[in-house]
Design a protein around this ligand. Structure first.
Ligand code: IMP
Length: 193
């Protein structure tokens, strides 16, 4: 069976391809000829993931799953949340986003935050969602060079290092995306039986 993962990120695709049952072949957006920007206009993380899968189902007719992720900061009432990518503007620049977040939290002692990933799956005319959460805190300055996005300023609960100081295998095993992916994989494995 062919299943579209609504992304063009080859790393994400090969990571998930290695985990799903081997009768499932994952296709990227490019593989199905989807070159346009898929609308992400909802005001929740789950809403955007659902919107992306439904777009592919409607316009291309494939079974599909899509993910959407945001960083929710308690002292900012859940911001930047669904707006994480463009928090400091449409240029979607990670350095600008981190600078803005550190400045918003400059005088704040409550630095509790969580990453949330929602994966929406459209399969056999049914919609399922899987959420993965990783709680932690926003550091005062950046630490580490690995990863991407807000990784240098996010320290997961129970660890001394930020995501940007960790090996990817550790980040994946405790992280939001890894948790959502493992629920998706369990679901696909169980619906195969
Ligand atoms: P997306 O839904 O995967 O495109 O993520 C939205 C935004 O959240 C990205 O532009 C990043 O800024 C941020 N983000 C997503 N996942 C991570 C992560 O694992 N670490 C750090 N930042 C992330």
């Amino acid at each position: 069976m062919e299943l579209v993962f609504a992304t063009n990120n080859k790393n994400k695709i090969s990571e998930v391809q290695a985990l799903v049952p081997n009768n499932i072949k994952l296709l990227s957006l490019k593989d199905i000829g989807c070159l346009e920007d898929i609308p992400e206009t909802q005001d929740t993380i789950a809403g955007n993931a659902i919107q992306k899968t439904e777009y592919i189902k409607t316009h291309y007719g494939y079974a599909c799953f899509a993910d959407d992720t945001g960083l929710e900061v308690e002292a900012l009432n859940g911001a930047p949340g669904v707006y994480s990518a463009r928090y400091a503007g449409e240029q979607k620049n990670a350095e600008d986003n981190m600078r803005k977040l550190l400045s918003e939290l400059k005088n704040t002692t409550n630095r509790t935050a969580q990453f949330k990933t929602v994966i929406a799956l459209h399969l056999n005319n049914e919609l399922q969602t899987f959420a993965g959460i990783c709680t932690g805190e926003i550091t005062k300055i950046k630490y580490g060079e690995k990863g991407f996005g807000y990784d240098p300023i996010f320290r997961p609960k129970g660890y001394e290092q930020t995501f940007a100081q960790m090996d990817l295998s550790l980040k994946n095993s405790i992280g939001h995306r890894g948790k959502a992916v493992s629920q998706l994989v369990s679901f696909l494995n169980s619906s195969k039986k």
